[in-house]
Write a protein that binds this ligand. Structure first.
Ligand code: UT7
Length: 318
């Protein structure tokens, strides 16, 4: 049996920080409203000239350095993103070109906030089917570029950033233990961008019925996590850390409670990073591994939900 071991991780956050109080100068909001409803205090924001590929490359460089991996060892690149540099070609091919890794598959995966978990399943399948031996999966977003800065219901929620992991083929039972992915397109109108190449030849801005998504989130995240655990024969008590998508502290807390996981076993970075969509889980993962909060051989339950709706979970031994 072949498994996908995590041999490297990294992340990158743009230098510029926008605090809640800075937002009160743009829209009719307050630090009190944002923090009490979401748990967010600040978000990192790119400069106009900084692209998603720039963030992805920096997160990849960090993982290569951390794991002492030469980029030439990588035989597949997957970038989970909703904010690619161009409509085409993929941001992944820009990363591939930057590192001069020739003749390997590179592609973007679009599943919005669930993109990183979808990408882990794809990477794991490539490794298990012996198509690849060493894959870098990057979640990278510049959501600030598609936020409607006049809409206080959404602009306070999002941030920019990138996180990455390197998966490597091994015969030892570790790494990706199981994944569960779901989608339900009937929720399209609850969370979408009102633009697209085919629709209106524009990029569009984020539109969300927050309460619709909120009501779905806790049940779907906890059910997906229970299904992924059951698939690999583990129980809630086996989990060292819950690493949920970082959209809202209230959703994170309720999901942990529903699963019966103590809050001190839950990773939360939403206060400092806000919602970075496909980058949120790898950012939380990498920053918690770097501080030593998450340790080697810990068993993690990752879970995410986003536009589509798409959602899913991955049980991961790091
Ligand atoms: O990453 C993809 C997944 N996305 C999510 O998981 C997001 C899920 N949804 C949420 O996190 C929450 O629904 C929000 C944080 C988006 C909103 O929180 P809420 O408690 O559901 O608030 P609400 O939408 O019910 O709005 C309550 C009030 C409204 O005023 P009225 O109609 O009661 O007078 C809003 O107009 O808060 C008002 N409001 C604001 N007030 C100050 C909405 N946004 C703001 C704001 N500042 N930024």
């Amino acid at each position: 049996m072949i498994y996908s071991e995590i041999i490297g991780f990294g992340h990158y956050l743009p230098k510029k920080i926008l605090k809640n109080n800075d937002l009160t100068k743009i829209v009719d909001t307050s630090d009190e409203w944002i923090y009490s409803r979401t748990g967010i205090k600040q978000r990192h924001i790119v400069n106009k000239s900084e692209l998603t590929s720039d963030l992805a490359i920096k997160a990849a460089e960090d993982a290569f350095t951390q794991s002492n991996t030469d980029p030439s060892e990588i035989d597949c690149i997957i970038v989970a993103t909703t904010t690619p540099d161009n409509t085409f070609p993929s941001t992944a091919t820009k990363v591939q070109n930057y590192f001069s890794i020739k003749n390997i598959p590179s592609f973007d995966l679009q599943a919005v906030c669930s993109g990183f978990i979808y990408s882990l399943q794809v990477a794991d399948s490539f490794i298990k089917s012996k198509k690849s031996k060493k894959i870098i999966v990057i979640g990278a977003e510049t959501l600030s570029k598609i936020v409607d800065w006049k809409d206080r219901r959404t602009c306070v929620l999002f941030g920019d950033g990138a996180g990455s992991v390197i998966l490597s083929s091994t015969k030892i039972k570790t790494g990706v233990m199981s994944t569960k992915l779901y989608s339900d397109g009937s929720w399209h109108k609850s969370l979408f961008a009102d633009g697209g190449p085919s629709l209106n030849q524009k990029v569009g801005k984020i539109r969300m019925d927050g309460q619709d998504v909120f009501k779905q989130a806790v049940n779907k995240l906890s059910e997906a996590t229970e299904m992924a655990l059951s698939d690999c024969g583990l129980n809630i008590s086996d989990i060292d850390w819950l690493v949920p998508h970082q959209a809202n502290q209230r959703i994170i807390k309720s999901t942990a409670k529903k699963l019966g996981i103590e809050s001190d076993k839950t990773i939360s970075t939403v206060e400092n990073h806000a919602n970075t969509s496909a980058a949120s889980i790898p950012l939380a993962l990498s920053s918690s591994l770097k501080t030593g909060k998450i340790k080697k051989n810990d068993i993690l339950a990752l879970c995410a939900i986003g536009g589509g709706l798409t959602w899913g979970s991955c049980i991961l031994k790091v």
